[in-house]
Design a protein around this ligand. Sequence first.
Ligand code: GLY
Length: 354
Amino acid sequence: MGASCARALAVAGARVTVVRPPRLAGEAWAAAAGMLAAQIEAGPEEALFNLGIAGRAFYRREAAALTDSTGIEIGLAQDGILQVAVEEAQVETLKAKVAWQRQQAQRADWLDPTELEEGWPWLRAGFGGFWAPEDGTLDPIGLVEAFLADTERRGGHIVEDRITGLWREGGRLMGGLGEQKRHPADAVVIAAGAWSGRLDHLPRPLSIEPVRGQMIALDWPKGARSVTVYGDHCYLLRRGDELLAGATMEHAGFATAPDPAAMADITSRLTTIYPAIAAAKPGRQWAGLRPGTPDGLPIIGPEPRLDGLWYATGHGRNGVLLAGITGELIAQGIGGEPLPEELRLVRPGRFWDW
Ligand code: GLY
């Protein structure tokens, strides 16, 4: 999120410094699968549906420019995401989702079990599936590298230090307090993921807690046609020669050590969409800490009680999808442009009336 905000601010002509800590275990971006599941993983009650669609569109618009500018590939694949109905009761819900999304001018389809078997014979077709042909994936590591490289190319600075809190004097925001030095700035964007609420001298508590997501990787089944698929609280996708699968949703503090029970849980859920996983050799396992908020929506925008302070955090399961668009919105806001009405839902002051 920070890399995206920095790049968007640099594009807008701001003087930008990214202050990033040495790599921390569990940073969500580095652990993420990289799905652009705007239609599959719409927010609660579809509240942020349009923001998710705009988030996905950002990458279509910017992927080539990022690569041209930096030489770094972000691995954008716009080849659809499938959600299999693993129980009959899901069929009507998913068909209703197709209808609703078409009303929103999005492409969405219902594929019956025969169509799934013809397309992907190695999957369990279940009761059919919801098909979002314009959803896709990207490589989050490449994306962050490209955002940072483009920021530097545009004159921005990347500094390694651990920010411990805001630097405030006499009610004014002066910048950030690092372990090594103070970092002066006219505006500060908090984009510290699951660690955002741990900063000192915040004007009010920031309701962000880590929600751990454990992932596993196996060999991609030889000869199997690529696809990204959701099942019952699980998903799988292809990256290179690996099959990545996840992810748990756990409130376990900042612990990131792999947990054999999570491996068993992910594997057992995946058998409902990919039966051959039962015989697959266990592979890598890792965890990321999503920044979770009380209502499951991100926190994007200015702090009403402290001029110059901005938030771009709390994106939960949607960090990759929303990173690009969040950066653009933050750059617009800092540049003095009005923010869209839809951002009312994610305004920073919504948790407090004190
Ligand atoms: N967006 C997928 C996850 O958070 O697991």
